[in-house]
Design a protein around this ligand. Structure first.
Ligand code: IMP
Length: 464
């Protein structure tokens, strides 16, 4: 097996682990940054100098003209969202970049966002809380073999037929939804609110998808698809061949994960998951590469745990210490302001992520937030129905009822935000990182003690 010069960065919890910062830090050394799954449901906030940039679909090296940014076949592309994202970057003077889009990636159409919202409206008491961007319905079409890929946009004869089939079945669903009392237009306007917040013009245009009977207008979708084709043209290529040749030539490739392993469609806390697999092990399929494509697999973990919204969370606690962590870690949702639930570091979850995703290293973020806590806990096992287990149970009820089995470690009082090496850490913080390694079985390759790039400490060399 050939050894390539590649690193994958994945989130190992429920997102919000600080992946954006780690990816952006490692991207400085990369020749390629490749997005391999998800779509514009992801959100990376990146600070460069004093400017903050919001990325959803576009890879994190878009700011560096020397790096090739790739959107691979495993991604679903909301082209209207992509236009808005690039427009916004242009307004922030980011116009000089290299961007490539896979000809095999699937397209998210505005009707996918409409269906996403309506499906959520139908779910009785078990709402997933999706981002309503149409990601799930687009992956449904892909699995159903009715999806429209980038390359299909250039098929003169085939495209109208593909669109006809899609619109026909979607309109049948709308008939059914309307009969059940759903207000289609109101749902669509709601689904498009995120667009409205960014561009009134784009919003008004996309509203044209529904005809006077509130059904999807086939001709309108065909015209939109032709616009998408023209817009994407300069970026489209066979990215599988491109990235494979780069790896073979020894170039440095960084695979940029979105979401987190616990949101994996197969290995996450189903059904409260996304519709793709945010694992390193999915990269060969999602990019079109040999199974040994990933040399180093870096899992990003917080020094504690957080989760937004509902769902099982065995190591959750809610006392003065948890409130302190929330304040110091600013654990409030970036867009919604919703407070994040707080828990101790859960080694069971990280062992799960290490197994299903394959982690060679972890990076521990937000270590500074734990300063001033007397006793720090690590969850090492769960107790489920009176039995101690060391893995994540598949069943929702078992996971909800899992009681944490903790070990306790003494904390530290020192401010560690200026630490530059492992040795400069207080001995109890060093022991905490060592204990994380011991309980997860994965080497700590990096830790961070603050939001700046300079507050990231490497314990290994990433690219060779
Ligand atoms: P969807 O991906 O929009 O279908 O949403 C499914 C679930 O994944 C919801 O709980 C979302 O909040 C969550 N989710 C999707 N993308 C992200 C992300 O980038 N970070 C954190 N959570 C996400």
């Amino acid at each position: 097996m050939k050894k390539y010069n590649s690193i994958s960065v994945v989130g190992t919890q429920w997102g919000d682990e600080g992946k954006g910062k780690v990816t952006n830090y490692l991207a400085q050394e990369a020749d390629y940054v490749v997005r391999h799954q998800g779509g514009n449901n992801a959100g990376h906030s990146i600070k460069i100098g004093e400017t903050r940039y919001a990325l959803h679909l576009i890879p994190s090296a878009i700011f560096d003209p020397s790096v090739k940014n790739v959107i691979a076949n495993g991604v679903v592309i909301d082209v209207s969202g992509m236009m808005l994202e690039l427009d916004l970057l242009a307004k922030q003077d980011i116009t000089d970049y290299q961007l490539f889009v896979s000809d095999r990636a699937h397209i998210v159409f505005p009707y996918h966002a409409l269906l996403d919202g309506m499906q959520e409206a139908f779910r009785q008491g078990r709402k997933i809380g999706t981002t309503k961007r149409g990601i799930g319905p687009a992956y449904m079409d892909k699995a159903d073999r009715s999806g429209i890929r980038v390359v299909d946009l250039y098929e003169e004869d085939l495209l109208p037929k593909l669109i006809r089939d899609n619109v026909f079945f979607k309109n049948k669903t709308l008939d059914y939804m309307e009969a059940e009392g759903i207000d289609i237009r109101a749902e669509y306007e709601d689904a498009m609110q995120k667009v409205k917040n960014k561009s009134e013009e784009q919003y008004n245009k996309l509203l044209g998808m529904l005809d006077e009977n509130n059904r999807i207008d086939e001709e309108w979708v065909l015209n939109l698809a032709r616009e998408y084709a023209a817009f994407l043209k300069p970026f489209v290529t066979d990215t599988s061949v491109m990235v494979y040749e780069a790896l073979e030539a020894g170039e440095k490739v960084l695979f940029e994960g979105a979401q987190g392993v616990l949101l994996c469609i197969d290995h996450g806390t189903y059904p409260f998951v996304t519709s793709s697999s945010p694992t390193s092990s999915s990269i060969p399929v999602n990019v079109g590469l040999p199974m040994w494509a990933v040399t180093k697999s870096l899992g990003v973990v917080k020094a504690y745990s957080t989760r937004v919204g509902t769902g099982g969370f065995p190591s959750e606690f809610d006392d003065e210490v948890a409130h302190g962590i929330r304040e110091r870690g600013n654990e409030y949702g970036t867009t919604t302001g919703r407070l994040r639930r707080v828990g101790w570091f859960d080694a069971v979850l990280i062992r799960h992520a290490a197994r299903v995703s394959g982690l060679t290293h972890i990076t521990v973020t937000l270590l500074d937030v734990l300063s001033t806590i007397d006793t720090i806990k690590i969850c090492v096992d769960y107790e489920v129905n009176g039995e101690v287990i060391s893995h994540v149970p598949a069943g929702e009820t078992d996971f909800n009822n899992a009681k944490p089995v903790y070990i306790e470690l003494p904390g530290w009082d020192e401010d560690i935000t200026n630490v530059k090496t492992f040795e400069e850490l207080p001995v109890n913080a060093q022991n905490y990182l060592r204990k994380i390694e011991e309980t997860t079985g994965v080497k700590v390759g990096q830790f961070s003690v603050g939001p700046e790039r300079s507050q990231t400490i490497d314990l290994v060399d990433w690219f060779e």
